[in-house]
Write a protein that binds this ligand. Structure first.
Ligand code: HSE
Length: 414
């Protein structure tokens, strides 16, 4: 029996990881081909009532300096301690698995290189899509394809909030509180609702698919805090639902277009029916066509499922780097194009004293567009969908319109 696994962080994902590993230890050990066990759980807190209280340690050096430890699950999150711990563990040849998307998105290229150089692995299946297998499918099963694009609902908390707003007309604030109680949200939920979490995830998927590190700073992101129940109603009347979508796509000249923002998704699109905390990621390859990955995108045991899968993989391939990697890049490289230079069509809601009177001017600006109605629409409100055009041209028109109306909402169409 080897007591060769350690877990750093005994929060939602950490406790789920320990619970799942211990529950299925017998079958897990059969898959690994030898007897393995969790030796340490590192946390600053004590857990006297936990059945694993005797495995709690407070000093990272205990794990780092124990030669029996082969694999460490870093589920503490953040980019400070987690970065330092991960680097030092990999430098010592211990494999690290993680759900920490912030760290992978910020330091992935560097940490993968350290793992390669030290014959160990840095795996992060749990960092995107919670329990959904998506990292391995992209770098293994779909390796024979050129990836044309990846689009998905990548944040469980915001999808949960939007679903509650759409289906139960619940307010944004109440839905967020509920998501926090259910353990879906980040420690600071700003990262969820402002789109940072989804942005980190699309960076990871894009880096993996296109072989070059995409940093979060390279991508335009906007969250869901400005989406209102009025927008939800207009969208529904036009045949859409509002979802927070992250996408990355290869353009004909080899550059990438990448963005995270709320979008009006046509109800006929499969992503439109992905509700609650579920995530779904659509990948288009030049050979395979479209494939869709769907499942629980957040939560204790779904995320633990991916962490434990990575632990098993590492324990099966000890002293061997599992070959995931991408090139590093510098922040000023221009391989991700400016989102304002790409085409889209936009849902717009405006407010003006006599909104109807602005229709001729709006039609003249945009050409053919679609006006949307909603029950009891106030006289001072108008909503429409622009034709597909370069985003900076849409903005130029809206800047002119803003002299006679307030631009209350602007949401891209998927
Ligand atoms: N806060 C994240 C989410 C957790 O809601 O999707 C999983 O990454």
């Amino acid at each position: 029996m080897s007591k060769n696994v350690a877990v750093i962080g005994y929060g939602v994902v950490g406790s789920g990881t320990v619970e799942l590993f211990m529950k299925n230890r017998e079958s897990i050990n059969k898959k690994i081909g030898r007897e393995c066990d969790i030796k340490y759980i590192l946390d600053i807190r004590d857990f006297p009532d936990s059945p694993f209280a005797d495995r709690i340690v407070h000093d990272f050096e205990t794990i780092l300096n124990d030669d029996e430890i082969e694999v460490v699950a870093e589920v503490v999150g953040g980019t400070t301690f987690a970065y330092d711990y991960t680097k030092r563990l990999l430098q010592k040849g211990k494999s690290v698995v993680t759900s920490n998307k912030a760290l992978v998105a910020a330091k992935g290229a560097e940490l993968l290189k350290i793992a390669q150089d030290n014959n160990c692995s840095y795996l992060f299946e749990a960092s995107v899509g919670g329990g959904i297998p998506i990292i391995r499918p992209i770098y293994k099963c779909l390796a024979g394809n050129q990836i044309l694009q990846i689009s998905g609902i990548l944040n469980g908390t915001t999808n949960f909030i939007l679903t509650k707003m759409i289906k139960d007309q619940m307010s944004f604030e109440d839905a967020l509180k509920l998501a926090q109680q259910l353990g879906y949200a980040e420690a600071d939920p700003t990262a969820d609702v402002e789109g940072d979490d989804a942005c980190r995830k699309i960076c990871i998927l894009g880096s993996l698919a296109y072989g070059k590190h995409i940093y979060p700073e390279m991508i335009h992101k906007s969250g869901i805090t400005r989406v209102t129940l009025d927008d939800v109603e207009y969208a529904a009347n036009a045949g859409y639902v509002i979802k927070l979508i992250g996408s990355v796509k290869k353009l004909d000249d080899g550059t990438l277009s990448a963005i995270v923002c709320p979008r009006l998704v046509p109800k006929s699109n499969l992503l439109a029916s992905v509700d609650d905390v579920f995530n779904a990621i659509s990948v288009t390859g030049d050979g395979v066509g479209d494939v869709l990955f769907y499942g629980a995108g957040a939560g204790k045991l779904p995320t633990a499922s991916a962490v434990v899968g990575d632990i098993i993989d590492c324990l099966k391939h000890i002293h061997k780097a599992l070959n995931i990697s991408w090139e590093d890049s510098s922040l000023d490289e221009k391989f991700v194009v400016r989102y304002k230079d790409t085409n889209c069509s936009m849902y717009v809601r405006i407010k003006a004293d006599d909104a109807q009177a602005l229709k001729p001017a709006i039609s003249e600006m945009f050409g053919k567009l679609m006006y949307i109605e909603r029950e009891n629409r106030p006289d001072n409100e108008l909503a429409f969908i622009t034709p597909n055009m370069v985003e900076s041209d849409i903005d130029a028109n809206l800047a002119i319109l803003s002299h006679s109306a307030e631009i209350a909402s602007k949401i891209r169409i998927f």
